[in-house]
Design a protein around this ligand. Structure first.
Ligand SMILES: [Zn+2]
Length: 273
């Protein structure tokens, strides 16, 4: 069943490899000494614990690979409106430290690249992963050209939260109706007032009921409705959009794959006619 679902995605959307992110672009967001140490494997046990993985060359390769894919998706969005990365969204990475499975902040790096090259002037980072985008909020604090929006479970990690442009803290067990109402009444007006010209969407599937690291209780239909709201709004406004998958730790892998497939379908339905 799982393989069948994956094949459905591949039939409709050929999967392409992206080049690794160049270190110089990571250096526009992350501290030079931090990058040097991680590149060389000079990482302490405490840093490994905060990250959630022991250091290996593979951890570094994963960071460069998924960040390179977000950059490639950014180029796709500039060229054709939509870019998808079936990975990325490592939003807990700060300028000088790694945590929460996040070593490089891929979305922040690509957003900085857009600003540096004047490809965008007002960037929305819409983070609907169940965990707060603390690294991203910290990296763009005081940057008026980037609006960080995070909708997350209030009592979930990270326990010391940063201040995003807009934070929506939801109680444990929030279901479809309350979640979608929060998007409509709290997020939509702030986003409309900001008038973005480029959008990053962190479509975390860890909002699903049954996720091992989430505390919310959305159904698959609720996640689909969330995704459709985002993609339809952005497509109608003719905004280039990059989707990254961010978190998803469901007990049943099939549920996670179904959620991801729904996200891709909603993106194609809105952007590809
Ligand atoms: Zn998450």
């Amino acid at each position: 069943m799982l393989l069948g679902l994956l094949r459905q995605v591949e039939e409709r959307l050929p999967l392409l490899d992206a080049p690794d992110l160049p270190w110089t672009l990571a250096g526009r967001v992350h501290d030079a000494e931090y990058l040097r140490r991680w590149r060389a494997g000079e990482v302490t046990r405490a840093e490994e614990r905060a990250m959630g993985f022991a250091w290996t060359p593979g951890i570094v390769a994963r960071g460069l690979g998924s960040s390179g894919a977000t950059l490639a998706a950014t180029r796709d969005a500039l060229a054709g409106g939509l870019g998808l990365n079936l990975g990325g969204g490592t939003h807990h990475a700060y300028a000088g430290h790694a945590e929460g499975f996040s070593f490089l902040n891929d979305v922040a790096i690509s957003a900085r690249w857009l600003l540096d090259h004047a490809h965008a002037r007002r960037i929305l980072i819409l983070d609907l992963d169940v965990h707060q985008g603390n690294g991203t909020a910290s990296l763009f604090a005081g940057e008026s050209r980037v609006l960080t929006v995070s909708v997350h479970a209030a009592r979930n990690y990270p326990f010391d939260k940063e201040t995003s442009g807009l934070d929506v803290n939801l109680p444990d067990g929030t279901g479809d109706a309350e979640y979608l109402a929060a998007l409509d009444t709290r997020v939509a007006p702030v986003v409309a007032a900001f008038r973005p010209d480029f959008v990053y969407y962190l479509a975390g599937a860890d909002v699903l009921a049954g996720d091992q690291l989430g505390r919310l209780a959305l159904s698959l239909d609720g996640v689909r409705a969330r995704d459709e709201r985002v993609f339809r709004w952005a497509a109608r406004a003719r905004l280039p959009l990059v989707m990254v998958t961010a978190g998803g730790y469901h007990r049943e892998p099939e549920q996670l794959v179904r959620a991801r497939l729904g996200t891709v379908e909603a993106a194609l339905a809105a952007y590809v006619r």
